[in-house]
Structure formats: C-alpha cells, structure tokens
Design a protein around this ligand. Structure first.
Ligand SMILES: Nc1nc2c(ncn2[C@@H]2O[C@H](COP(=O)(O)OP(=O)(O)OP(=O)(O)O)[C@@H](O)[C@H]2O)c(=O)[nH]1
Ligand SMILES: [Mg+2]
Length: 457
C-alpha cells in the first residue's frame, strides 16, 4: 500500500497563509491525531468530504497554530487520494513546526513533484498534463499561461492518443494479415497504407512546426541589447524594466558584465540581457565584456541594437550591422529627444532589420517596440485558437523520433519490403509517441521530470 506524504505547498517565504498538504490513505488519521475542534469533541475523521473546519493543531498538549483544515476524499482530489490541506499562518517557522508534527504522526516528507506524480500514477492525468502543471506555475505571460492551461486541459494528450490510435490500427491490420493471410489480404494495400501514414506524418509536422513559437511563449525570448558604449543600452533595460536596475552614466564603458532581467512587453516575455558597449578597447576587463556580449548575441533569439541617433555612424556601428545580418534584430534609434543626426532612412540603407525610434530617457517608443515584437514573433495563429501547440523539448524530441520511424516505414513500403519490417517501425513510432503521454515511460525519466517540480506540488 502507498504511504502518506506531506509538504508545505505554499512556499517557504513569510506570507498571509501557509498551506500544508497531506495525501495518502492515512491523511485523515494523521490529521485526527493532531487537530482539535475549537469548541467540540467531534472527530475530524468523521466529517464529510469537501468540508472546511476551524480548530487548532496540537503537538502533544501544546497548541501550535490556529488553522482551517480542508478534507477531500479520494478519488476527487489533486492526487486522486485522500487529501487534507491545513491552512495555517504563513510564517516559515510555524509552517515547519506543523509539517514536523504531521511527519511525527504518520506521514513522510514528500519529494518535489510527488503529489503530481501520484496524480499521474493514479491515472488522473497523463505526463503531458503533469508537465503542464509546472508550466502554469512558471508562466510569465498571458500567452504562456493560455497555452499551458490548454495542455493541462488535455490538448496534447488527445492529439497524441489519436495519432497512436491511427498507427496501432494499421499495425494491427498488418499483423493480422501476416498471421492469417487467408482472411486478411495485404495485396494492393501499400498505397492505402502510405496515404494513411502520410496523414499521421503531416499532423506530426504540424505539431513540430508550433515548437519554435511554443518555446518562445513558454520560456520567453532570449534577447540581447547590443550597441556602442553610451548608446543608452542600460537606460533601455531600465526603461523596459521600469526600475533603475543597471548603472547609467555618461562615461563610455560603464557596463562591463552582462546583466539579465525578465521583462514583459507586447504581451511577450523577454529574457533581456544588457551588455558592455561594443568597441575596440585595450582595457582587458572591458574586452572580456565585449566578447561576452557578442557570444550572448550569437545565441540569442533577438538582438536589440541601440544607436545614439544624435551621433554619426562610425566603424563600430558597421561592425554591429555586419554581425546582425543573419539574425533576428530590431534597430532602436535612441535619444530621439536630442537633435537627430541619423534617421530611419539612413538605417534602411544599411540593414533590413526594422527600426523603432525611442528615447530611453523620456521613456517613449516602448509601445511601438512591443507591437513590432509581437508581429515578429507571433504569427497570430497560436495558443489563441484551437491549434494544439508543442512547448516542451521532450515532446519535440519524441515527435521527431516518431516521425523518423514513420519515414522508415514509408520507405519500406515504397521499396516493397516485407510487411514485418514495416510493422517494427510502426511500433517504434507508437512507442515514441507514448513517451509524451507517459504510457511508455521508464522510471528514471519520470524521476527527472518530477524532480524539476517545486516542493509541495
Ligand atoms: N538625451 C538622452 N540621453 C540618453 C538617452 N538614453 C541614454 N541617455 C544618456 O546616455 C548616457 C549613456 O547611457 P547608458 O544607458 O549608460 O549607455 P550604455 O549604452 O549602457 O553605455 P555603456 O554601458 O557604457 O556601454 C547616459 O548619460 C544616459 O543618461 C536618451 O534617450 N536621451
Ligand atoms: Mg551600460
């Protein structure tokens, strides 16, 4: 039989309310040993499911806290097991003390993600839905939240189940024909099989095509601010962040190390990095900063090039234009509050990247930048409509593998290979897709996935 687990579910920083969650067959009994009603001798174990009760938690005869307890009965709970939640005062010390008392009375400390793992093991959710739980918690933008809620609602599970169903139907037919050639005839079945598998492949392609956008929605756009010293890069970071985070001075070469912050703009999440100004320099520390900036920019999804529009171009600018030629970039003509020396048409002569006029100092142009980024990164078809989106690298890899096996199967059909070859590849594809939903998942993979969860989830 399963044991009963417990954890602080509300995080360990001081807050208004703390929640200790207990799940497992002993959940009610554990509570019964430590909870007393304020004004009656009733037993908490005898109360109805889905009720809330007021009382105190005791350890031996000492009162630990004044609490509300919530009783939820299997299988209609998060874990699909009997579950108790204790709402206590949200201090780290008092929460720890209640948890310790719970553990002394028959529960054991939960591993990170163990509640969700139980929901998965008990068949209440599949693996893609379990992963969506974490995505909902870490969602940093409206779109990220929407797409993870859709996945939590089973969008990926249903799509994958349907694809697997199609594959197994074909495999079963082939196997039947191999075993019982008198009743099942494979002659002339090749073209039909190819067509059916082609449909499955196209649906996998469609899912894979959503991944880039999905990843950006889920993890944020990795963005690097690039430009010459004093162009206003750090001022831009502060403006977009709404906080004086980076040091700004009129000394060229102020920023040396890179500095990363999460910001929200145009409904997107940007993981924004301010960097050292790009120039030839003899200063060894500044040189390291410049190298770091260029390395980060090479890896980024987006480069924001900041130019001081009140100063003429020079060689260092040309170098930056060269650098962004193959990259997704936006030019920001900064210091628009000063008399301009370069204009957006000067920019158009040098680069195909779109250009926005801003003033980091006067805090103008941010909205236009937001709109532009949205159109650059979201084609508008995602998340908001019925399309199922892939946001998880693990799912992407499994889909790619499944597709590879289907390609092999199709190749074998075209080459007129024996049927058992085909069915082996089809079974591989079937198994690969099963990894996404967790039907075909080894314990160590599940361990890795759930260990990334927070405590108490
Ligand atoms: N007038 C005006 N000044 C600005 C604007 N943006 C930045 N500045 C000024 O330009 C100077 C340099 O700004 P920073 O943000 O430190 O420039 P940076 O690109 O980070 O410079 P380094 O860190 O040295 O590479 C500071 O004096 C800022 O106040 C702007 O939009 N208008
Ligand atoms: Mg700076």
């Amino acid at each position: 039989m399963k044991d009963t687990i417990a954890a602080i579910a509300s995080g360990m920083t001081a807050s208004g309310i703390g929640i200790i969650r207990i799940s497992g067959p002993e959940a009610f009994h554990v509570l019964g040993r430590i909870f007393r009603f304020a004004k009656s001798e009733k037993r908490i174990e005898d109360q109805k499911a889905n009720t809330i009760h007021y009382g105190h938690i005791f350890r031996e005869n000492e009162t630990i806290d004044e609490v509300l307890v919530m009783l939820m009965k299997a299988p209609h709970t998060y874990t699909a097991e009997d579950t108790v939640e204790i709402d206590c005062h949200g201090g780290p010390f008092v929460m720890q003390k209640i948890l310790q008392t719970v553990v002394e009375n028959g529960a054991r400390l939960a591993e990170p993600g163990e509640f969700t793992r139980r929901a998965f093991m008990n068949g209440r959710i599949d693996l893609s839905e379990a992963e969506a739980v974490m995505d909902v918690i870490s969602a940093g933008s409206e779109d990220a939240l929407k797409s993870s809620l859709k996945q939590l609602g089973g969008s990926v599970r249903r799509e994958i189940a349907d694809l697997r169903d199609k594959i197994i139907t074909e495999t079963a037919f082939i196997e039947a024909a191999i075993d019982d050639p008198e009743h099942y005839d494979l002659d002339g079945y090749g073209p039909t099989l190819l067509e059916n598998l082609g449909k499955v492949r196209r649906r996998i392609d469609k899912l894979l095509a959503t991944f880039e956008e999905g990843r950006i929605i889920r993890n944020g756009i990795r963005t690097v601010i690039l430009g010459k010293p004093n162009a206003g890069k750090s001022s831009l970071l502060n403006y977009l962040l709404g906080e004086e985070r980076a040091i700004v001075t009129d000394i060229a070469g102020t920023t040396r190390d890179s500095l990363e912050e999460h910001i929200r703009i145009g409904g997107l999440e940007l993981v924004l990095t301010d960097t050292a100004g790009i120039r030839e320099t003899g200063d060894i520390i500044e040189r390291m900063g410049v190298d770091r900036a260029l390395n980060l920019a090479a890896e980024a999804d987006l480069i924001l090039v900041v130019l001081d529009s009140s100063r003429a171009f020079d060689e260092d600018d040309e170098k930056i234009f060269d650098f962004i030629r193959e990259k997704k970039a936006v030019i920001l003509l900064n210091k628009s509050d000063l008399v301009p020396v370069i204009s957006s048409s000067d920019i158009r002569e040098r680069t195909a990247a779109p250009c926005v006029i801003i003033s980091a100092k006067e805090e103008t142009g941010g909205e236009e930048l937001g709109g532009l980024l949205r159109s650059l990164f979201l084609s508008g078809r995602i998340g908001m409509n019925e399309e199922t989106m892939i946001t998880n690298v693990r799912h992407k890899e499994a889909l790619t593998e499944a597709k590879r096996s289907l390609d092999l199967a199709c190749g074998s059909i075209e080459a007129g290979m024996p049927e058992d070859f085909i069915s082996i590849d089809l079974m591989d594809a079937y198994a690969m897709l099963g990894k996404i939903t967790g039907e075909e998942v080894e314990d160590d993979l599940a361990d890795t996935i759930f260990s990334k969860f927070c405590m108490g989830k």
